[in-house]
Ligand binder design. Structure first.
Ligand code: BG6
Length: 534
């Protein structure tokens, strides 16, 4: 609910021992002016499972701060962090305070920061113990009254997926997910959502025993990126693109998600995941669905998600021999990134020597639909590549050369529309132009739109929109169960073939290069070339 009221919310302090939880109203805090004008989002308690981890520090708390800064967050708001790590609420606040200063490159609004810190609470406990949930229930009851939240709880599962169903079952057992009297109870799940189709189906079934689909928000943080959302606006709010957005005019599409980072400290997780599970089954297929979907008949969750699923379902299944021809797995060896030596994947912490896990994946997919039949979609992602860049290249068919037969022009470069998702968000269109001079010479020029230049740079983590939408009850940017399952449908057969081939499937590449030679060959054999941004 949006309110312009300036009424102060009581400030609360909850002591480490929740049995001794008490609410008090410090006088000087009561007299401090509330830095929020009310916000547009409903009153909410945001509960983070896994609150001492990196995600809370790097994304969730900064996103909440940004939502408060932009006056979106309700002034009736509180956060409860839950985790194994022993910490008092005071320690948690101090930690978050340090994190905010460590991470922010901008001036922090100290009034707003204090406002947020005073709303943070912490419960230490085992996710597998009923006592943790008793403490949580008690804390929720207290904060609900103190902040006038009216029972709206948003849970965030920033934990290992092995805890998802258990936590949700405990919550259900304590009556903490039932929605009554108009309140909402929603749960956000971080990826990975299963590690293959059967496990994703089991997880979906387990969650659906205690939650309804409209309470489940499966997050894919790529959908929180402004430029990803802009794909829909770009395609459907402009009359000039839709008529050419099909197999008649488009030669092929490239989607590249390149990272310079290696696996860092995530070797244990990554050994079991690999690039296909970690990036393709979710982020890259989400990007593909935005590029290739049919226009939805409304900008609402079901209409948009229906179209996305339809396009993913139309991806042509491949037999094993087609998979070996159309996909490439790679693993980085030692090399150099930006002048610094980089270790081989197999020398990273918690990675088995002799591991076949792929840190690079490239694939060619076809979407068997009237719009896209015969148009290849080339997808690639990798760690330890030369540049951090996420971009989509729409390459149009080349113009016929006939007109130029009596000129020095022997080749026309096809037009490319490049959608840059990160880091330099924008869109550019390459086209041929006459090079000034007496003879006809064609050069390629760029029409370039840069997001930051037009709309300014606002501090964003990519989680603001997602958290906002979840509190507002808009699931458009979240994955429905069928989309998750169809993603696994696409990657499972590839994983199976690669698993059978073991070391023969995984080609080594030098860190700091654009992946193994086989990736370049995947396009070269079709007479095409990756666009490798300089
Ligand atoms: C995560 C993957 O989902 O996305 C990571 O698990 C990857 O391995 C990250 O590094 C990339 O996200 P971004 O937003 O930095 O492109």
């Amino acid at each position: 609910m949006t309110s312009n009221s300036q009424t102060l919310s009581p400030q609360i302090s909850i002591e480490a021992d929740l049995n001794a939880t008490k609410v008090h109203f410090p006088q000087e805090e009561m007299e401090t002016k509330d830095p929020l004008n009310g916000g547009q989002l409903p009153p909410t308690i945001f509960i983070i499972f896994g609150a001492s981890g990196d995600l809370t520090k790097r994304k969730l708390v900064p996103a909440l701060y940004n939502l408060a800064l932009s006056q979106h967050l309700s002034k009736d708001f509180a956060v409860i962090g839950v985790d194994y790590v022993e910490m008092s609420t005071e320690d948690f606040r101090l930690k978050i305070n340090r994190d905010i200063h460590e991470l922010s490159s901008r001036q922090i609004d100290s009034g707003l920061q204090d406002w947020l810190l005073q709303r943070l609470h912490y419960i230490s406990g085992d996710f597998r113990s009923t006592q943790t949930f008793d403490k949580l229930k008690e804390c929720l009851n207290q904060l609900d009254v103190a902040h006038g939240v009216r029972g709206n709880y948003l849970y965030y599962m920033a934990t290992s997926p092995m805890f998802f169903s258990e936590i949700v079952n405990f919550l259900a057992g304590k009556g903490l997910v039932s929605q009554s009297d108009g309140c909402f109870r929603r749960v956000i799940f971080e990826k990975p959502f299963g590690h293959d189709l059967p496990s994703a189906q089991v997880l979906n079934r387990q969650l659906c025993t205690v939650l309804s689909e409209d309470q489940i928000y499966r997050i894919d943080h790529y959908l929180g990126k402004e430029t990803v959302q802009n794909i829909l606006v770009f395609r459907f709010a402009n009359g000039i693109f839709e008529p050419v957005w099909n197999r008649r005019y488009i030669d092929h599409v490239q989607i590249t998600v390149a990272e310079t980072l290696g696996v860092e400290h995530r070797g244990t997780y990554y050994e079991k995941a690999g690039a296909l599970r970690d990036m393709v089954s979710n982020h890259l297929l989400q990007l593909l669905s935005f590029v290739a979907m049919e226009p939805p008949n409304a900008f609402d969750a079901e209409a948009v998600r229906d179209e996305k699923v339809k396009v993913l379902r139309a991806i042509l299944p491949m037999e094993a021999d087609e998979i070996t021809r159309s996909t490439v797995a790679g693993q980085y060896g030692p090399g150099t990134i930006a002048g610094h030596p980089a270790l081989a994947y197999q020398s990273e912490p918690n990675v088995t020597s002799g591991s076949h896990t792929e840190t690079f994946a490239a694939l060619k997919l076809f979407i068997e639909s009237w719009r896209w039949g015969g148009v290849p979609f080339y997808l690639r992602t990798g760690k330890r590549l030369p540049r951090r860049v996420t971009e989509i290249v729409i390459q149009f068919k080349a113009a016929p050369l006939l007109l130029f037969r009596k000129t020095p022009v022997h080749q026309l470069t096809p037009n490319q529309l490049i959608i840059r998702i990160q880091p330099d968000e924008g869109i550019s269109l390459n086209f041929g132009a006459k090079i000034p001079g007496p003879s006809v010479q064609v050069g390629t020029v760029d029409m370039d739109f840069q997001y930051g230049k037009y709309f300014g740079d606002t501090p964003r983590t990519g989680y603001e929109t997602l958290l906002h939408d979840c509190m507002a009850g808009d699931a458009t940017l979240f994955q429905r169960s069928d989309a998750v399952e169809v993603g696994w449908h696409v990657v499972d057969p590839i994983l199976e073939v690669w698993g059978g081939l073991q070391s023969q499937a995984t080609h080594q590449y030098e860190a700091g290069t654009w992946g193994p030679y086989e990736s370049a060959r995947l396009l070269e054999q079709d007479g095409r070339k990756w666009r490798n941004p300089a």
